[in-house]
Design a protein around this ligand. Structure first.
Ligand code: GLN
Length: 194
């Protein structure tokens, strides 16, 4: 089993660390020919407009979108959530457009570019999850096939749709690997987390 972490920019090393703690092999993905060997892909936080341009430049955008449509599990965090969205308010930036969600970028306002808050994510159990938000987006609207996994102040910040999982916050910056482990359940890997 091999999980790729898109490594064009952003917090990809931290995702690799979390996935390794779950007992799976990871690889940094920068080329389309690497995609064939993957069982799943993680798209990290970063800057979604830059990431979109780089995805086009490296000929990864259509290739990843195709695999996602065919059912490859993809987990996007923060900018990764934006990349997964069909609809980005006020922007025509390149995106994968796989999830039936409408997102607003930098949505928590200038005064709180970054903050932390405990989140209730029922699929992860009763223990709260520490949400680290860095110039985070939130989800404004979801289609019928999308499950809402978490909200912060009535704003949707974690969603799942079939093979796709997306979080507006940064689980890879905490020591809590429950969300990565949950993603690996989607991938059908028997998680061996410690
Ligand atoms: N604000 C960034 C964007 O719009 C996302 C921030 C992040 O990934 N931490 O792309």
């Amino acid at each position: 089993m091999l999980v790729g972490v898109l490594a064009l920019q952003g917090a990809f090393r931290e995702h690799q660390k979390a996935l390794k703690a779950c007992g799976v092999n990871t690889v940094q993905v920068r080329k389309p020919e690497q995609l064939d060997e993957l069982n799943a892909l993680v798209i990290p936080g970063g800057e979604s407009t830059t990431m979109g341009k780089l995805l086009l430049q490296f000929k990864l955008l259509d290739a990843i979108a195709d695999l996602g449509r065919k059912g490859m599990p993809i987990f996007g965090t923060c900018a990764g959530l934006i990349m997964l969205a069909k609809d980005i308010i006020g922007s025509d930036q390149p995106r994968l457009g796989l999830m039936d969600i409408k997102v607003e970028r930098n949505a928590f306002g200038r005064q709180v570019f970054s903050f932390e808050s405990e989140l209730d994510i029922p699929p992860l159990g009763a223990k709260p999850f520490q949400g680290i938000f860095i110039r985070a987006p939130y989800v404004v609207d979801v289609g019928p096939g999308v499950d809402i996994w978490a909200e912060y102040n009535s704003k949707i910040v974690c969603v799942k749709q079939d093979n796709l999982l997306a979080a507006a916050f940064h689980p890879e910056l905490t020591e809590d690997i429950r969300l990565h482990r949950k993603f690996l359940e989607i991938v059908n890997i028997e998680p061996k987390c410690i």
